[in-house]
Design a protein around this ligand. Structure first.
Ligand code: G3H
Length: 540
């Protein structure tokens, strides 16, 4: 890896525009337990930005954003106790509340959340160097997800308000909460991926503990006061700190009923194994992926390049859905790679607040060195960096296009989760099928081409190996009404606006024989509106 201080212009502190700055000291050390926003007096973690300040002598230092609480084990237990009390065997205020009351609380929270947009967007820019445009999009998409979730719950409630008659039985079937949910989101979408599990879990009546990711935790702080105001004590708890100290005791207690975890399969396995009663633990995970793109011989190369650049390098490739390996057919491989390299080299690098910027610094420590080691492994085995990439300046890494990548190279199998674009050559579609069969992952694939027969063959060969096939477009999660999941080590459970409601609930039924006495019993309960479950009330 080449070190090049002219690669990206890190600003002097005085050069940061006022429209991008934020004084985050008011958010230092905050956490939320048992309905109270508290400030932690104990040890704290420094939050250092991937954005560096350039000193007069040219030296670079990661900007200090603020401090997050490094909670201790005793506080983690207090948090768990608060959530367990809020659950109270399903009799707590939140799990037993009527759906209309829960929706009203979530709607109120959403209004208050909107008021915090600017602070959250600025913190996302500083904490993880997400561009202004992407940070705004993450916030707005999250708000829209909540709005859509509220509508989906209303629809579910309308369906559940009916009684079913079958084989001489009357039954009312509703989805009920599962218990204490521990949500852990990732650093790349710290708000969106946390809320796409936290909100459905909460709205279905489960008390939630949100353990924030190491990078992207501060962006949650502006929302804690609204959570405390809108939800009953213990219904939502937000904590940070070292995973082993905070999450370990929660899992080993056996009191966590659902683990919603977006991150690596390695950590997911550690956490689930800590639970003493594995049969009681439901897990919803989003893990690694190695999504390929396939460039068929008749693909529109310019269009494929546009989609592959965006698919591989949006947010510097730090997306689980990113394209992480491209298979180009031998007949077009050289032409495709030439266009791809030029397009990657044309991407503008800079600070998150600069207009038109596509590449920004990376939050993970030593990430440039990690990526460069993957590239070096490929180069040692015969590949080349064919663009002006694999150059770093402190936290910034210029994307490398690596070609041709072959199975003995780490880049062929390992998830790089960063700005490296490996390209392999293939001759026959069966090689793509074989790659997916042997891969540990099975999230998505993107196919570029026009040949009906080849595409039909690949769709049928691959549809039972991945969870989404994208035709002439990059891999992605959205629209959020579409199922988002994966096979093998890529995911467990399915998320979408409607699927997530199912993941965080279980169907319960009240049933009786349809005789006159039972009908009268049920009708009396419904008419007196004395039960939240046995009820024909619904929300329009
Ligand atoms: O990192 C995984 C994200 O859920 C991907 O979402 O495809 O919309 O960027 P996206």
């Amino acid at each position: 890896m080449e070190n090049d201080s002219a690669l990206v212009k890190f600003p002097a502190r005085s050069e940061v525009p006022a429209t991008a700055t934020i004084d985050a000291t008011r958010y230092d050390g905050l956490y939320l337990i048992d309905g109270e926003v508290r400030r932690w007096d104990g040890a704290r973690d420094e939050v250092r930005s991937p954005v560096c300040y350039r000193a007069e002598d040219g030296s670079l230092e990661r900007a200090l954003v603020g401090h997050t609480a490094k909670l201790d084990e005793a506080t983690a237990r207090l948090c768990l106790d608060a959530a367990v009390r809020a659950w109270n065997h399903g009799r707590g205020e939140w799990p037993s509340a009527r759906v209309a009351d829960r929706l009203a609380a979530i709607a109120k929270f959403t209004d208050k959340m909107r008021e915090q947009r600017e602070d959250v967007v600025r913190l996302l820019q500083w904490e993880i160097a997400k561009t202004r445009k992407d940070a705004e999009s993450e916030f707005d998409r999250t708000v829209q997800y909540i709005v859509d979730t509220i509508e989906a719950v209303k629809e579910l409630d309308r369906t559940s308000s009916r009684f079913h008659l079958a084989e001489g039985f009357i039954g009312q079937i509703r989805r009920s909460p599962l218990g204490v949910v521990l949500c852990m989101g990732p650093f790349n979408y710290p708000l969106n991926e946390t809320y796409t599990t936290l909100i459905p879990a909460l709205i279905m009546g489960n008390p939630v503990i949100s353990k924030l990711p190491r990078f992207g935790a501060m962006a949650h702080m502006p929302l804690l006061a609204a959570m405390a105001e809108c939800f009953p004590r213990g219904a939502v708890n937000v904590v940070q700190g070292d995973g082993a100290t905070v999450v370990g005791p929660m899992m080993t207690s056996g009191a966590v009923d659902v683990l919603a975890f977006i991150g690596t399969s390695r950590v997911a396995n550690i956490l689930t194994k800590q639970h003493p009663k594995p049969n009681r633990l439901r897990t919803v995970t989003g893990l690694e992926a190695k999504n390929p793109a396939v460039i068929l011989p008749d693909a529109d190369l310019d269009a494929a390049v546009r989609e592959c650049v965006s698919g591989a390098l949006s947010f510097n490739g730090q997306r689980c859905t990113a394209i992480k390996l491209i298979f180009a057919h031998r007949s077009v491989a050289d032409a495709f790679v030439a266009k791809l390299s030029a397009a990657v080299d044309a991407l503008k690098a800079g600070m998150p607040w600069e207009p038109g910027v596509a590449l920004t610094p990376l939050p993970e420590p030593n990430k440039a060195a990690t990526l460069s080691a993957l590239v070096a492994d490929a180069v040692a085995k015969g590949a080349r960096v064919v663009n002006h990439g694999d150059r770093a300046s402190e936290t910034f890494y210029r994307p490398a296009v690596v070609y041709p990548v072959i199975p003995s190279m780490r880049l062929y199998h390992e998830e790089q989760f960063g700005p490296v674009v490996p390209v392999a050559v293939y001759d026959d579609e069966h090689e793509i099928d074989a790659f997916m069969r042997e891969s540990n992952y099975g999230q998505q694939i993107a196919l570029f081409g026009r040949d009906r027969a080849r595409i039909a063959f690949l769709v049928d060969a691959l549809v039972n190996q991945v969870s989404r096939i994208n035709l002439n477009s990059q891999c992605r999660r959205g629209p959020d009404s579409f199922p988002f999941t994966g096979r093998k080590d890529s995911a467990e459970g399915t998320l979408s606006v409607t699927d997530a409601l199912r993941q965080f609930s279980i169907r319960s039924v009240v049933a009786c024989q349809a005789n006159a006495e039972n009908k009268e019993l049920v009708q009396d309960i419904v008419a007196s509106r004395s039960s939240a479950f046995l009820s024909t009330d619904f929300i329009l």
